[in-house]
Design a protein around this ligand. Structure first.
Ligand SMILES: [Zn+2]
Length: 364
């Protein structure tokens, strides 16, 4: 069941309702699955079905007679039917599902002697942990929905969504937060991807671009099993844009990052920044950045997309005026422009930085 819980965590990280399932025989894992109907565009892509498919393929047999399936949530009617068809010997589930559960909650498919002569059912194993994963997920999603609905402040602009989908630009939407103290209601756009127990990397763009320019780096870090947080500074990317340039100061931006890390409960992370950000922002505690990203980011149409008119450009105008200072970093590498380069860069950086200690954010 612990293994199934880890799979549920993977589903949550992908934005799916967190349910995980494992098929086991004689102590050996034959199949595993996490809930993925949204990502796979498949209403049948429940964790149980995925795990059954993998186990049946591995055994070369559509009957799984001596197998036990562990799943974090009581199976629905579809999965219960699939489990009976597979003649699984035993189904062990975690939390009860009062709205759709078909193993006793709404109906009990397994108790019908006309349908079932094969499958034993056991419920409530690690029920509290299994239910907590779901509760955390739905709680986070409610917060997220409230943030997305945040009204725009009078003294700010918000780039229309269509600007991010123009000219073949595929600029995915991440998360939003508005209730950090320094934001005072402005809506900050950021990404927070990967398992929350993994080492976190904070990616900061410069005063020209946006987190979109760091997408290859983000993808490579995620593929390497890391957690990635990337921010669109206020005034940039998908974040709200104050109309007046004086809103912007390096200290204010630095403070927002500290508050975001606190909000995300990240106490230690790798500090990765483009040169243009490192030169003006307050450095992390200890004064040393982890990774300086050199050269321009791959932006193309994304360079101008967030700024449909001059009124949106108060952020870049302010940044261009700030004094620049030398800043030191432990590792240097160009902003990757494609997946292969990013993978190589991340491999090298992780090898070099991996043994070191992650720096706490300033003031933590
Ligand atoms: Zn199901």
């Amino acid at each position: 069941m612990r293994h199934a819980l880890r799979l549920a965590g993977q589903a949550a990280a992908a934005g799916e309702v967190p349910v995980g399932a494992v098929v086991v025989r004689d102590g050996q894992v034959l199949g595993e699955g996490c809930n993925a109907p949204i990502g796979q565009h498949d209403p049948t892509a429940h964790a149980e079905v995925q795990a059954l498919r993998q186990a049946a393929r591995r055994l070369g047999n559509y009957r799984l007679e001596d197998c036990t399936l562990y799943v974090t949530l009581e199976p629905c009617a579809m999965c219960s039917g699939a489990l009976l068809n597979a003649r699984v010997a035993r189904v062990v589930y975690g939390a009860r599902e009062p709205k759709t559960g078909a193993a006793g909650s709404v109906l009990d498919v397994f108790a019908l002697p006309q349908l079932n002569a094969h499958t034993e059912i056991v419920g409530g194993v690690l029920a509290a942990e299994c239910a907590a994963v779901l509760a955390d997920f739905f709680q986070a999603r409610r917060v997220q929905q409230r943030q997305q609905a945040r009204p725009l402040r009078q003294d700010a602009l918000r780039t229309p969504a269509r600007c991010f989908g123009e000219e073949g630009l595929v600029w995915t939407e991440g998360r939003y937060v508005s209730d950090l103290p320094t934001l005072a209601g402005l809506r900050l756009h950021y990404y927070d991807e990967g398992l929350h127990t993994a080492p976190a990397w904070l990616l900061l763009h410069d005063g020209v671009g946006s987190s979109y320019g760091l997408r290859h780096l983000m993808a490579a870090l995620l593929a390497a099993g890391q957690r990635v947080v990337a921010v669109d500074w206020i005034g940039f990317g998908r974040s709200d844009k104050p109309k007046k340039a004086p809103w912007h100061t390096p200290q204010q931006h630095g403070q927002i990052v500290r508050e975001l890390l606190h909000f995300l409960q990240i106490t230690h992370c790798r500090w990765v920044a483009q040169e243009g950000a490192m030169a003006v922002l307050p450095p992390p505690d200890g004064g040393v950045w982890d990774w300086r990203l050199q050269g321009p980011a791959p932006l193309g149409a994304a360079l101008d997309a967030p700024f449909p008119d001059a009124g949106h450009r108060a952020g870049p105008r302010a940044w261009a005026q700030w004094p620049r200072a030398a800043a030191t970093a432990r590792w240097h590498g160009a902003v990757p422009h494609d997946a292969a380069t990013a993978q190589a860069q991340v491999g090298a950086a992780m090898e070099y930085l991996g043994a070191g200690k992650f720096l706490p954010p300033p003031g933590a």
